[in-house]
Design a protein around this ligand. Structure first.
Ligand SMILES: C[S@@+](CC[C@H](N)C(=O)[O-])C[C@H]1O[C@@H](n2cnc3c(N)ncnc32)[C@H](O)[C@@H]1O
Ligand SMILES: [Zn+2]
Length: 268
Protein backbone atom coordinates (compact mmCIF):
# COMPACT_ATOMS: atom_id res chain seq x y z
CA UNK A 1 0.00 0.00 0.00
CA UNK A 2 2.84 2.33 0.88
CA UNK A 3 4.21 1.74 -2.57
CA UNK A 4 0.91 2.75 -4.17
CA UNK A 5 0.54 5.85 -2.02
CA UNK A 6 3.99 6.92 -3.15
CA UNK A 7 2.60 7.24 -6.68
CA UNK A 8 0.16 9.98 -5.69
CA UNK A 9 0.87 13.49 -6.96
CA UNK A 10 -0.89 16.76 -6.37
CA UNK A 11 -3.20 17.47 -9.32
CA UNK A 12 -2.50 21.21 -8.82
CA UNK A 13 1.28 21.35 -8.62
CA UNK A 14 2.53 17.82 -9.23
CA UNK A 15 4.29 17.50 -5.85
CA UNK A 16 4.36 14.34 -3.80
CA UNK A 17 1.43 13.69 -1.49
CA UNK A 18 1.52 12.65 2.15
CA UNK A 19 -1.59 10.92 3.46
CA UNK A 20 -2.45 11.69 7.06
CA UNK A 21 -5.73 13.15 8.29
CA UNK A 22 -5.69 15.05 5.02
CA UNK A 23 -3.83 14.46 1.80
CA UNK A 24 -1.25 17.23 1.72
CA UNK A 25 1.28 18.08 -0.96
CA UNK A 26 4.70 19.64 -0.52
CA UNK A 27 3.30 22.80 -2.11
CA UNK A 28 0.68 23.13 0.63
CA UNK A 29 -2.42 21.99 -1.27
CA UNK A 30 -4.75 20.01 0.96
CA UNK A 31 -7.39 17.46 0.04
CA UNK A 32 -9.91 15.63 2.22
CA UNK A 33 -9.73 11.91 2.93
CA UNK A 34 -13.16 10.31 3.25
CA UNK A 35 -13.43 6.74 4.56
CA UNK A 36 -9.78 6.14 3.67
CA UNK A 37 -10.16 7.59 0.16
CA UNK A 38 -8.28 10.76 -0.82
CA UNK A 39 -10.55 13.10 -2.76
CA UNK A 40 -8.69 15.10 -5.40
CA UNK A 41 -11.66 16.53 -7.25
CA UNK A 42 -11.29 20.02 -8.59
CA UNK A 43 -14.72 21.44 -7.81
CA UNK A 44 -14.19 24.36 -10.20
CA UNK A 45 -13.73 21.93 -13.05
CA UNK A 46 -16.70 19.87 -11.83
CA UNK A 47 -18.86 23.00 -11.85
CA UNK A 48 -17.71 23.86 -15.38
CA UNK A 49 -19.87 21.21 -17.04
CA UNK A 50 -23.20 19.84 -15.76
CA UNK A 51 -22.17 16.44 -17.11
CA UNK A 52 -19.94 15.93 -14.06
CA UNK A 53 -22.76 16.48 -11.57
CA UNK A 54 -25.11 14.35 -13.65
CA UNK A 55 -22.58 11.53 -13.81
CA UNK A 56 -21.84 11.70 -10.12
CA UNK A 57 -25.52 11.66 -9.17
CA UNK A 58 -26.31 8.83 -11.58
CA UNK A 59 -23.45 6.56 -10.59
CA UNK A 60 -23.59 7.38 -6.87
CA UNK A 61 -27.16 6.16 -6.93
CA UNK A 62 -26.34 3.14 -9.10
CA UNK A 63 -23.45 2.00 -6.88
CA UNK A 64 -25.39 2.53 -3.65
CA UNK A 65 -27.39 -0.52 -4.72
CA UNK A 66 -24.31 -2.79 -4.83
CA UNK A 67 -24.74 -5.13 -1.87
CA UNK A 68 -22.31 -7.91 -2.71
CA UNK A 69 -19.20 -8.42 -4.77
CA UNK A 70 -20.44 -10.34 -7.79
CA UNK A 71 -18.60 -11.21 -10.98
CA UNK A 72 -21.38 -11.32 -13.53
CA UNK A 73 -20.73 -12.94 -16.89
CA UNK A 74 -20.00 -9.65 -18.60
CA UNK A 75 -17.41 -8.78 -15.97
CA UNK A 76 -15.86 -12.26 -16.33
CA UNK A 77 -15.73 -11.70 -20.08
CA UNK A 78 -13.85 -8.42 -19.62
CA UNK A 79 -11.46 -10.05 -17.18
CA UNK A 80 -10.77 -12.82 -19.70
CA UNK A 81 -10.02 -10.30 -22.39
CA UNK A 82 -7.76 -8.29 -20.10
CA UNK A 83 -5.88 -11.45 -19.18
CA UNK A 84 -5.59 -12.38 -22.84
CA UNK A 85 -4.15 -8.94 -23.53
CA UNK A 86 -1.61 -9.45 -20.70
CA UNK A 87 -2.71 -6.38 -18.80
CA UNK A 88 -4.23 -7.81 -15.63
CA UNK A 89 -1.68 -9.77 -13.68
CA UNK A 90 1.84 -8.47 -14.14
CA UNK A 91 3.06 -8.16 -10.54
CA UNK A 92 6.07 -6.09 -11.64
CA UNK A 93 4.12 -2.85 -12.02
CA UNK A 94 0.91 -1.34 -10.71
CA UNK A 95 -2.34 -1.30 -12.65
CA UNK A 96 -4.59 1.76 -12.75
CA UNK A 97 -8.27 1.62 -13.68
CA UNK A 98 -9.74 5.03 -14.43
CA UNK A 99 -13.51 5.07 -13.90
CA UNK A 100 -13.24 1.79 -12.00
CA UNK A 101 -16.85 1.85 -10.79
CA UNK A 102 -18.48 0.62 -7.61
CA UNK A 103 -17.62 -3.05 -7.90
CA UNK A 104 -13.91 -2.40 -8.26
CA UNK A 105 -13.63 -5.75 -10.02
CA UNK A 106 -10.60 -5.04 -12.22
CA UNK A 107 -8.59 -3.70 -9.30
CA UNK A 108 -9.75 -6.47 -6.95
CA UNK A 109 -8.98 -9.24 -9.44
CA UNK A 110 -5.60 -7.73 -10.35
CA UNK A 111 -4.79 -7.55 -6.63
CA UNK A 112 -5.99 -11.11 -6.13
CA UNK A 113 -3.47 -12.12 -8.75
CA UNK A 114 -0.74 -10.39 -6.73
CA UNK A 115 -0.64 -7.08 -8.56
CA UNK A 116 -0.81 -3.71 -6.80
CA UNK A 117 -3.73 -1.80 -8.30
CA UNK A 118 -5.31 1.65 -8.10
CA UNK A 119 -8.97 2.41 -8.75
CA UNK A 120 -9.87 5.99 -9.73
CA UNK A 121 -13.37 7.34 -10.10
CA UNK A 122 -15.51 10.45 -9.92
CA UNK A 123 -18.02 8.64 -7.70
CA UNK A 124 -16.93 8.66 -4.07
CA UNK A 125 -19.89 6.46 -3.14
CA UNK A 126 -18.75 3.88 -5.67
CA UNK A 127 -15.19 3.97 -4.40
CA UNK A 128 -16.26 3.52 -0.79
CA UNK A 129 -18.18 0.40 -1.78
CA UNK A 130 -15.36 -0.93 -3.97
CA UNK A 131 -12.86 -0.37 -1.18
CA UNK A 132 -15.06 -2.32 1.21
CA UNK A 133 -15.37 -5.15 -1.34
CA UNK A 134 -11.57 -5.20 -1.58
CA UNK A 135 -11.37 -5.55 2.19
CA UNK A 136 -13.95 -8.35 2.24
CA UNK A 137 -12.14 -10.13 -0.61
CA UNK A 138 -8.90 -9.97 1.38
CA UNK A 139 -6.92 -7.88 -1.11
CA UNK A 140 -7.15 -4.40 0.45
CA UNK A 141 -3.43 -4.13 1.14
CA UNK A 142 -2.62 -4.31 -2.55
CA UNK A 143 -5.18 -1.67 -3.56
CA UNK A 144 -5.59 2.09 -3.42
CA UNK A 145 -8.81 3.95 -4.19
CA UNK A 146 -8.72 7.55 -5.34
CA UNK A 147 -11.55 9.99 -6.05
CA UNK A 148 -10.61 12.16 -9.02
CA UNK A 149 -11.52 13.02 -12.55
CA UNK A 150 -10.13 11.13 -15.52
CA UNK A 151 -8.95 14.41 -17.03
CA UNK A 152 -6.67 15.16 -14.06
CA UNK A 153 -5.20 12.04 -12.54
CA UNK A 154 -3.39 12.61 -9.22
CA UNK A 155 -0.69 10.12 -10.18
CA UNK A 156 2.96 10.38 -11.10
CA UNK A 157 3.89 10.24 -14.76
CA UNK A 158 5.10 6.83 -15.94
CA UNK A 159 3.79 5.20 -12.77
CA UNK A 160 1.80 2.29 -14.15
CA UNK A 161 2.32 -0.67 -16.44
CA UNK A 162 -1.38 -0.99 -17.33
CA UNK A 163 -3.97 1.75 -17.56
CA UNK A 164 -7.62 0.83 -18.09
CA UNK A 165 -10.66 2.91 -18.98
CA UNK A 166 -13.64 0.62 -19.47
CA UNK A 167 -16.93 2.22 -20.50
CA UNK A 168 -15.76 5.58 -19.21
CA UNK A 169 -14.58 7.88 -21.99
CA UNK A 170 -18.08 8.27 -23.39
CA UNK A 171 -19.07 9.82 -20.05
CA UNK A 172 -16.17 12.25 -19.74
CA UNK A 173 -16.62 15.82 -21.02
CA UNK A 174 -13.00 16.20 -22.16
CA UNK A 175 -12.19 12.73 -23.47
CA UNK A 176 -8.99 13.88 -25.16
CA UNK A 177 -7.64 15.17 -21.86
CA UNK A 178 -8.54 11.81 -20.30
CA UNK A 179 -6.65 9.97 -23.04
CA UNK A 180 -3.63 12.22 -22.58
CA UNK A 181 -3.70 11.44 -18.86
CA UNK A 182 -3.80 7.69 -19.56
CA UNK A 183 -0.75 8.13 -21.79
CA UNK A 184 1.05 10.26 -19.21
CA UNK A 185 0.76 7.74 -16.37
CA UNK A 186 1.86 4.78 -18.51
CA UNK A 187 5.43 3.57 -18.18
CA UNK A 188 7.44 3.07 -21.35
CA UNK A 189 6.34 -0.30 -22.61
CA UNK A 190 3.12 -0.13 -20.59
CA UNK A 191 -0.27 -0.87 -22.08
CA UNK A 192 -3.57 0.96 -22.10
CA UNK A 193 -6.91 -0.78 -22.51
CA UNK A 194 -9.81 1.39 -23.54
CA UNK A 195 -13.35 0.17 -24.03
CA UNK A 196 -16.17 2.38 -25.19
CA UNK A 197 -19.70 1.83 -26.29
CA UNK A 198 -19.72 0.85 -29.90
CA UNK A 199 -21.18 4.04 -31.18
CA UNK A 200 -21.46 7.37 -29.51
CA UNK A 201 -24.76 8.86 -30.48
CA UNK A 202 -24.51 11.50 -27.81
CA UNK A 203 -22.50 11.99 -24.65
CA UNK A 204 -25.43 10.92 -22.54
CA UNK A 205 -26.76 8.07 -24.61
CA UNK A 206 -25.26 5.26 -26.58
CA UNK A 207 -25.77 1.76 -27.81
CA UNK A 208 -24.95 -1.19 -25.64
CA UNK A 209 -22.12 -3.48 -26.61
CA UNK A 210 -18.55 -2.31 -26.57
CA UNK A 211 -15.16 -2.79 -28.07
CA UNK A 212 -11.88 -3.07 -26.21
CA UNK A 213 -8.65 -1.76 -27.64
CA UNK A 214 -5.21 -2.28 -26.23
CA UNK A 215 -2.31 0.00 -26.96
CA UNK A 216 1.33 -0.19 -26.06
CA UNK A 217 3.16 2.92 -25.02
CA UNK A 218 6.15 3.93 -27.11
CA UNK A 219 9.03 1.57 -26.50
CA UNK A 220 7.24 -1.68 -27.16
CA UNK A 221 6.15 -3.32 -30.33
CA UNK A 222 2.46 -3.77 -30.71
CA UNK A 223 0.94 -7.00 -31.93
CA UNK A 224 -0.57 -5.29 -34.88
CA UNK A 225 -1.35 -1.74 -35.80
CA UNK A 226 -4.98 -1.15 -36.39
CA UNK A 227 -5.26 2.60 -36.25
CA UNK A 228 -2.12 4.26 -34.98
CA UNK A 229 -2.85 7.46 -36.82
CA UNK A 230 -6.19 7.85 -35.13
CA UNK A 231 -4.69 6.96 -31.76
CA UNK A 232 -1.78 9.36 -32.15
CA UNK A 233 -4.15 12.09 -33.28
CA UNK A 234 -6.19 11.75 -30.12
CA UNK A 235 -3.15 11.43 -27.90
CA UNK A 236 -1.61 14.56 -29.32
CA UNK A 237 -4.82 16.49 -28.94
CA UNK A 238 -5.71 16.42 -32.62
CA UNK A 239 -8.78 14.29 -32.09
CA UNK A 240 -10.48 11.99 -34.50
CA UNK A 241 -13.62 13.87 -35.44
CA UNK A 242 -14.09 14.49 -31.75
CA UNK A 243 -15.44 11.01 -31.27
CA UNK A 244 -14.34 8.25 -28.94
CA UNK A 245 -16.63 5.37 -29.82
CA UNK A 246 -15.41 2.08 -31.21
CA UNK A 247 -12.10 0.35 -31.43
CA UNK A 248 -8.81 2.12 -31.83
CA UNK A 249 -9.22 4.94 -29.35
CA UNK A 250 -6.14 4.99 -27.24
CA UNK A 251 -3.62 7.47 -26.07
CA UNK A 252 -0.51 5.47 -25.66
CA UNK A 253 1.16 6.08 -28.96
CA UNK A 254 1.08 2.77 -30.78
CA UNK A 255 -2.16 0.92 -31.05
CA UNK A 256 -2.20 -2.84 -31.06
CA UNK A 257 -4.85 -5.35 -31.88
CA UNK A 258 -8.36 -4.18 -31.27
CA UNK A 259 -9.93 -6.94 -29.23
CA UNK A 260 -13.39 -6.13 -30.41
CA UNK A 261 -16.29 -8.28 -29.53
CA UNK A 262 -19.70 -7.90 -28.04
CA UNK A 263 -19.74 -8.13 -24.29
CA UNK A 264 -23.30 -7.86 -23.07
CA UNK A 265 -23.38 -5.46 -20.20
CA UNK A 266 -25.80 -3.19 -18.41
CA UNK A 267 -27.28 -0.17 -20.16
CA UNK A 268 -25.20 2.72 -18.87
C1 LIG B 1 -20.28 2.84 -17.10
S1 LIG B 1 -19.42 3.01 -15.59
C2 LIG B 1 -18.08 1.85 -15.84
C3 LIG B 1 -17.48 1.35 -14.56
C4 LIG B 1 -16.40 0.27 -14.75
N1 LIG B 1 -15.30 0.75 -15.56
C5 LIG B 1 -16.98 -0.98 -15.31
O1 LIG B 1 -16.63 -1.38 -16.41
O2 LIG B 1 -17.81 -1.59 -14.62
C6 LIG B 1 -18.64 4.59 -15.84
C7 LIG B 1 -17.77 5.02 -14.67
O3 LIG B 1 -17.07 6.21 -15.03
C8 LIG B 1 -17.10 7.07 -13.92
N2 LIG B 1 -16.90 8.43 -14.43
C9 LIG B 1 -17.77 9.19 -15.15
N3 LIG B 1 -17.19 10.36 -15.47
C10 LIG B 1 -15.95 10.34 -14.96
C11 LIG B 1 -14.86 11.25 -14.96
N4 LIG B 1 -14.94 12.46 -15.55
N5 LIG B 1 -13.72 10.91 -14.32
C12 LIG B 1 -13.62 9.69 -13.70
N6 LIG B 1 -14.61 8.78 -13.67
C13 LIG B 1 -15.76 9.11 -14.29
C14 LIG B 1 -18.45 6.85 -13.28
O4 LIG B 1 -18.51 7.29 -11.95
C15 LIG B 1 -18.55 5.33 -13.42
O5 LIG B 1 -17.95 4.67 -12.34
ZN1 LIG C 1 0.14 20.86 -4.68
Amino acid sequence: MERLEALLRCPECGSEIILDELAVCAGGHRYPIVGGIPVFLDETMIASDPQYAAQRAYFDSEFRGYQRYVLENWRLAYLDRLRTADVLEDPASPLVDVGVGGSGYTVIEAARGGRPAIGCDLSLEGLLIAREFARLEGVAERTLWVCCSAEKLPLASASTGSALAIAVLEHVPDDQAALRELARVLQPGGRACVATKRRRSSRRQGQTGSSLSTCSSPGTRSRSSNSPARVSAIASGGGANGETGGAGTCAAGACSSALSSNVPRPRW
